[in-house]
Write a new protein. Sequence first.
Length: 280
Amino acid sequence: YVVGHNLIKAHAEAWHLYNETYRAKQGGLISITINSDWAEPRNPHNQEDINAARRYLQFFLGWFAHPIFKNGDYNEVMKTRIRERSLAQGLSQSRLPEFTESEKQRIKGTYDYFGLNHYTTVLTYNVNYPAGVLSYDSDRGVASVTDRSWLNSGSFWLKVTPFGFRKLLRWIKKEYNNPPIYVTENGISERGALDFNDTWRTHYYRSYINEALKAVVLDGVDLRGYTAWTLMDNFEWAVGFDERFGFYHVNFTDPNLPRRPKASARYYSQIINCNGFPDP
């Protein structure tokens, strides 16, 4: 929470610096990108699960979005939960730091667009952790599962759930007063044996881009841009080169690192060339 607190304040300073010193000359846009899943209640008829889905989003996306896109301060869900658990643990104040009034004014509205990374959806339900457990998860009080019918990827956490993309875009529109949105990451991984005919990746992009299109045309979401993750296979966090997200395969055992397009690269280039789905 302390790191996140300082990150939000640093972001605000960077935005103001650009706004006051460089914008007039360069005419650029500056903002922040926030990664978030979509959360559905495990049981849509259970109020506890519905509340858990709301908490999941507010602790994930809302942690950073609420101060920047709303009012300069953390959302009430986080403030209340963390304060209550902190006091129950014998602390004199919340483990979530507080912004001063001047910091809130400095942070509020430091965006030109909403940058979003999105990949997948989870099903959430309420979990009551023992009072002595000090963690983000215990503060949130949410556990998540996935539906066994959802298609897998090369990453254990990434299930193919296109419907969640539209719902998240619609939620951002409603929650943060319809900001311009740029999707800065969206894609799917593979693992194991090499297959250049990556039909699952084509399916993923077709399905997710179609949900983004619905969000624009049917829901009035102000989606300005979309970026696939990623052009080439790359070093992927803790899993290294085992999980590959690229349109282009990179042979990491060859010192020349040759690149070769997968079938999905051709499909995605068709979408770009047509400015829409290619006519079959």
